[in-house]
Design a protein around this ligand. Structure first.
Ligand SMILES: Cc1ncc(COP(=O)(O)O)c(C=O)c1O
Length: 296
């Protein structure tokens, strides 16, 4: 979405991919080299936990970027999913120490209030002043403000906390049960968000299955169209070959996911040769493009 906003504003984007060898770690040296070689870069965006990686960014790696010796820009840390990560993972307090750091959070995820469109930026008085000068007057509606204030009352925070615990329990179930389904591969990334990134293989693992975008795309499509289970195809993101991003649901939804995933993959494995016989098939290519266009 940041790239889309940049494009709308006619801004250039320079991408420094995460380290795909580990669990999608930040590459602070590569970021710093990029900032050194192009001091016109004004903002660095980092997402922790990442989407779709579900990995927290290491505090030491962030510190290394903040400590860049010459670059004079702003580091924005997107913590939209931070409530699903272990306690103490947020770096919001660091804005007291680093005047060029902005930490963003939202009521859209753990609070389940995406409809009210309210987020918060924690930053230094200097940057907060700039943002206040830039924003439209009365940009937060009264209903949004009232709902947000209610959500933050102790009684409702306890509701959020209890929902969060249920989600974490279901996340553990998914971590345990998904890899047992033939055709499901490894989890990539981390376990710090309300979704998991999981590989889909062209054959069961014990038959030498390899991550496959074709298979993942067909699984994505059949789950959505035939089973009413919507996941995200993320096989075209760097380092995410064959991956689906699956959001953690309620106990009932997770039961349904297991049953339908098992069913779809069992069918696919048995009809594999027909379904993926020709990877250059234009219909398959069109379907894959469609799947790629589904954004979070
Ligand atoms: C990484 C990330 N940041 C921010 C957001 C946006 O949240 P909001 O609803 O507050 O605009 C999303 C939503 O999907 C997201 O994935």
């Amino acid at each position: 979405m940041y790239a889309v906003s940049a494009q709308v504003n006619d801004l250039e984007v320079v991408k420094v991919p995460l380290d795909t060898k580990g669990s999608f770690k930040l590459r602070p040296e590569a970021i710093n080299d990029t900032l050194t070689s192009d001091p016109t870069i004004k903002i660095v965006y980092i997402c922790s936990p990442g989407n779709p990686t579900a990995s927290l960014i290491s505090k030491l790696d962030l510190k290394q970027v903040l400590e860049h010796p010459t670059w004079n820009g702003v580091v924005v840390l997107d913590e939209a999913y931070i409530d699903f990560a272990p306690e103490g993972s947020s770096m919001a307090e660091w804005v007291l120490e680093w005047p060029n750091l902005v930490v963003m959070q939202t009521l859209s995820k753990a609070f389940g209030l995406a409809g009210i469109r309210l987020g918060a930026a924690f930053t230094s008085p200097a940057i907060a002043g700039l943002l206040n000068n830039l924003k439209a007057p009365y940009n937060i509606s009264s209903p949004t403000s009232a709902l947000a204030c209610a959500a933050l009352q102790p009684k409702n925070l306890a509701v959020m906390q209890s929902n969060l615990e249920k989600i974490l329990t279901q996340r553990d179930r998914m971590l345990e049960a998904l890899p047992v389904i033939p055709g499901v591969g490894r989890f990539l990334g981390g376990e710090d968000s309300n979704f998991l990134l999981v590989e889909i293989l062209d054959k069961p693992r014990n038959q030498g299955g390899q991550p496959s975008n074709e298979t993942a795309m067909v699984v994505y499509e059949r789950l959505a169209e035939m089973k009413g289970v919507v996941v995200r195809f993320r096989g075209k993101e760097v380092g995410c070959l064959g991956c689906l991003r699956i959001t953690v649901g309620t106990e009932k939804e997770v039961d349904k996911l297991f049953a339908e995933m098992k069913d779809v993959l069992a069918d696919l494995m048995s009809e594999r040769d027909v379904a993926f016989g020709d990877s250059t098939d234009s219909t398959e290519a069109i379907k894959e493009r469609k799947a790629n266009n589904v954004i979070a």
